[in-house]
Design a protein around this ligand. Structure first.
Ligand SMILES: Cc1ncc(COP(=O)(O)O)c(C=O)c1O
Length: 395
């Protein structure tokens, strides 16, 4: 079993033993089992899944459908036909806004969204509301505080009997905070669209049991190949999906569900699907509960160390949840210094973090994000803290 805190399965990290990689929330390095699976797919018969009807095409299709089963089970879907492969979470979210949501909003209604969330979870809904304004569709914002927490009272203020869709983010990409959907006063008739880009691979997802009817996942943040992801639409919601029958003739590999008919138009990326499935199997072989505990230990070590460095402010809730699984994503600022400057000092010391706009709207100049994952260890945390201590001493 691959060990937590070990780089052994990651050729990119083995190649640079002194590098401390703390940007998993942007993209995870690829582990050996996924590389092996991708290599096997690429070395094998080169058929397009489901095209041609010959044995190569049929076999490629079979492997893609097996990959769907694995990914669906990893996400806790009730059935594989509730999952479609996409080119990432951004593409999946745009698909849902374009092809699932309009039917839900046919008689008008409010889309509740959080302007403080990742732009890919914001922009498609603003565009949709603009397009459907004549039908009485509006967007209504709910906000997070500076530490990334959603205030249920603010949320309650935004919600009403007009609320038709609630767009929520499971784990915030900057603050690392998890959204407790059950703690939010979501109107009973509303459908929930959940962005699981940062939670998949960090927490077990049980989508069938969750309040979310539709969801998106990013493959390259959970050890899958770059440019992979998935859209989840519960069966009871699939009648709302717009299927272009003409497109399906030249499109999907085969009919699985209205979701796959619409989301998988064109050739299916069977290699990407297989790679994503092997990433899910890799994570399951380690165990998400163990990963969450490991990440909690690292973040607790970081926040304890950061509190001893003057000027570091952690931009997340106080770790009263220490001892419970953590996302491993933690944001901080350093005494009003520009985040890019802090990141540069760290980079010079071989510690890679994320600074910049964090794909969020509005200024985040001071925010730096460290995102830990299963291959990080205590030494990585200490190297980050040492770098921060150096940055803190600068004029
Ligand atoms: C919360 C969140 N949603 C969506 C995305 C977009 O994911 P993708 O790169 O798969 O399009 C990201 C990527 O950073 C993210 O952090």
């Amino acid at each position: 079993m691959p060990g937590l805190g070990s780089r052994r399965q990651f050729p990119a990290l083995i190649a640079e033993p002194d590098l401390v990689y703390l940007d998993a929330a942007s993209g995870t390095p690829t582990p050996e089992p996924v590389i092996a699976r991708l290599t096997a797919e690429l070395r094998g018969p080169a058929a397009n899944p489901g095209r041609g009807g010959h044995p190569w095409g049929r076999d490629a299709l079979r492997r893609a459908e097996e990959a769907r089963e694995t990914v669906a089970s990893f996400l806790g879907a009730s059935s594989p036909d509730e999952v479609a492969f996409t080119r990432g979470a951004t593409a999946a979210m745009a698909f849902l806004a374009d092809r699932w949501a309009p039917a839900a909003l046919a008689d008008g209604g409010d889309i509740l969204y959080c302007p403080d969330d990742h732009l890919s979870t914001v922009r498609p809904w603003l565009r949709l509301a603009e397009r459907m304004r004549d039908r009485g569709v509006r967007t209504v914002p709910y906000r997070r505080d500076r530490l990334g927490r959603i205030d249920p009272d603010h949320f309650a203020h935004a919600a009403s009997e007009r609320t038709t869709i609630v767009v929520a983010t499971d784990v915030h990409n900057l603050h690392g905070t998890r959204t407790e959907l059950d703690a939010l006063p979501i109107p009973p008739g509303a459908s929930v669209c959940l962005d699981c880009s940062q939670s998949s691979g960090r927490f077990p997802l049980r989508l069938a049991e969750s309040r979310a009817e539709v969801a998106v996942v990013s493959g390259h943040k959970m050890f899958g190949p770059p440019g992979t992801g998935a859209a989840y639409v519960r069966r009871s919601q699939q009648h709302r999906i717009t299927v272009d029958r003409a497109a399906t003739r030249s499109g999907p590999a085969r009919h699985v569900s209205p979701l796959t008919d619409a989301a998988e138009e064109g050739s299916l990326d069977g290699v990407g699907a297989a790679g994503l499935a092997s990433a899910a199997a890799f994570l399951d072989s380690i165990g998400l509960a163990r990963i969450g505990d490991h990440l909690d230990r690292l973040v607790t070590r970081f926040t304890a160390g950061a509190s001893r460095i003057g000027g570091v402010a952690v931009l997340g809730p106080p770790s009263e949840t220490a001892g419970e699984p953590h996302s491993g994503i933690v944001a901080f600022s350093l005494d009003g210094q520009a985040g890019a400057d802090v990141a540069f000092v760290l980079e010079r010391r071989g510690v890679y973090v994320r600074a910049g706009d964090h794909c969020l709207d509005g200024p985040r100049e001071d925010a730096v994000r460290a995102s830990f994952h299963l291959y990080n260890d205590d030494n990585d945390v200490d190297r980050l803290l040492q770098g921060l201590a150096v940055a803190a001493e600068r004029d």
